[in-house]
Design a protein around this ligand. Structure first.
Ligand SMILES: [Zn+2]
Length: 457
């Protein structure tokens, strides 16, 4: 068995690794690179292998940086099966159709502004490409070891990162490879903790937060309650930019859990995102995958996804109508970094008012509107207009969907004996810190996977 590292090796996006085993070629993830314009342009480049030569693809979870180039792989000749856990298989088309729409709209806009002689802009892939690729998906349950090609077995184990997220076990040639995918933190709401795996000949482990530990979650949650209280007393509304998968559902969960002590019934809560609402339905269908605490919450009242004051807004008109509400609205809308999506028109409408509270619950990358607001910008540009930022801006940390350094080390320590380890999905600083720490504690060889490098298992 031989592993070729191709993406998310030295960075956190574009996850992709090729495994040669039993005379076959299996691809683990096929993610999109995200971030700067240059990084995103790299998605158009040829794959570092012939897509037609791949026998099967295994998708760890439905985040775009793990699945975003699957339609392109298919458009360029891949004809094999795509294996995914059942919930992942349902989330994938939602995520990919959204990405295709964005890409098609961007290309249309670029072509409208195109100067003579400039080449026509093309989307990375289209909705038709997504439909085509989804025809190759085969869904598997957690914990079922399954032969996927002659001589190759895989199993998915719950990774506790988003619904359906998986640790991948792969057996072939008398060896076993374990790919962590993205690992969630222990005690994350709704989801179970990442499963412990005991044996492997090589482990590929993510290392996003390899150099830091998260804030205490309980503190974070009480902070959120405090902000809602202040916003109510100010006679304002609350805007929460959030990603459609994971964080949006988590917020509704906290509202249900704290229904009485946060006096949630006095608010009108809006989940203003067609995608988040579609994702909600997938979460609902798969509530058997939730942890015991969430199962309890789901049996009680109110149900997080059916809060009596929850309005799932789908059409643009419904979304615009929220502007007419003077006070007492909690609006959850994408994008999570306020660099696009419906949250922009809410910010444009309410950012000028002192009584508005804007709550950031995730990482805000350099160059995004979210980052500017977090840094205290007094004026920002939204949809071509200047808007004064008088609202009260809060950053609520500690809701990460990734295990921190402590969690990563704990997961690795479950292997007995401790196998060699290759760190992927992390920037170098995080990986180096984690590699040193694991090397010191367990006396094992830790490799920082580099793109284009291969190793035998
Ligand atoms: Zn992820």
């Amino acid at each position: 068995m031989r592993v070729h590292f191709h993406g998310a090796a030295g960075q956190v996006t574009g996850s992709m690794h090729l495994v040669e085993c039993a005379g076959k070629r299996v691809l683990l993830d096929c993610g999109m690179r995200q971030g700067s314009r240059e990084m995103e342009a790299a998605n158009f480049e040829p794959f570092p292998f012939d897509p037609a030569s791949i026998d099967a693809l295994v998708a760890s979870h439905a985040h775009i940086d793990h699945i975003g180039r699957i339609p392109l792989l298919v458009a360029r000749g891949f004809r094999g099966p795509v294996f995914a856990q059942e919930a992942t298989a349902e989330l994938m088309p939602i995520m990919l159709l959204d990405a295709a729409s964005l890409a098609e709209n961007d290309a249309d806009r670029a072509n409208r502004d195109r100067k003579r002689g400039q080449p026509e802009a093309m989307p990375l892939f289209t909705r038709d490409d997504v439909e085509e690729a989804m025809g190759q998906v085969r869904s598997l349950r957690y914990d079922a070891r399954t032969p996927v090609l002659t001589g190759v077995d895989i199993a998915f184990r719950d990774a506790g990162h988003i619904l359906g997220s998986s640790i991948v076990e792969l057996w072939a040639d008398g060896k076993k490879l374990v790919f962590s995918g993205d690992l969630g933190p222990k005690g994350t709401p709704i989801l179970r903790d990442p499963e412990t795996v005991r044996d492997a000949d090589l482990v590929l482990m993510e290392s996003t937060y390899g150099d830091r530990n998260h804030r205490d979650r309980a503190e974070t949650i009480s902070e959120l309650g405090g902000i809602l209280e202040r916003a109510w007393n100010d006679g304002g509304s609350v805007l929460i930019p959030a990603f459609a998968v994971g964080r949006s559902q988590e917020l509704l969960y906290w509202f249900a859990r704290h229904w009485d002590d946060w006096k949630m019934s006095r608010w009108r809560v809006f989940l203003d995102s067609p995608m988040a609402n579609r994702v909600l339905k997938v979460y609902d269908r798969h509530h058997a995958l939730f942890d015991a605490e969430a199962q309890d919450v789901w049996r009680g009242t109110p149900n997080p996804f059916r809060l009596p004051n929850l309005h799932a807004t789908v059409t643009t008109e419904e979304s615009m109508a929220i502007n007419r509400i003077e006070r007492g609205a909690v609006v959850i809308a994408g994008s999570g970094m306020a660099n696009g999506g419906r949250i922009l028109h809410h910010l444009r409408h309410r950012l000028g008012r002192r009584e508005t509270h804007v709550v950031f619950v995730g990482y805000q990358a350099e160059g995004t509107l979210g980052r500017k607001l977090v840094n205290g910008a007094k004026w920002v540009r939204i949809h071509g207009g200047d808007v004064q930022a008088n609202a009260q801006v809060h950053t609520v940390g500690g809701l990460s969907a990734h295990a921190d350094q402590h969690g990563l080390i704990e997961w690795y320590s479950g292997f007995d004996p401790h196998p060699p380890l290759a760190l992927v999905h992390g920037e170098d600083e995080a990986r180096e810190t984690l590699a040193a720490e694991i090397g010191r504690r367990f006396g094992v060889e830790v490799e920082l996977a580099r793109p284009g490098v291969e190793r035998d298992v």
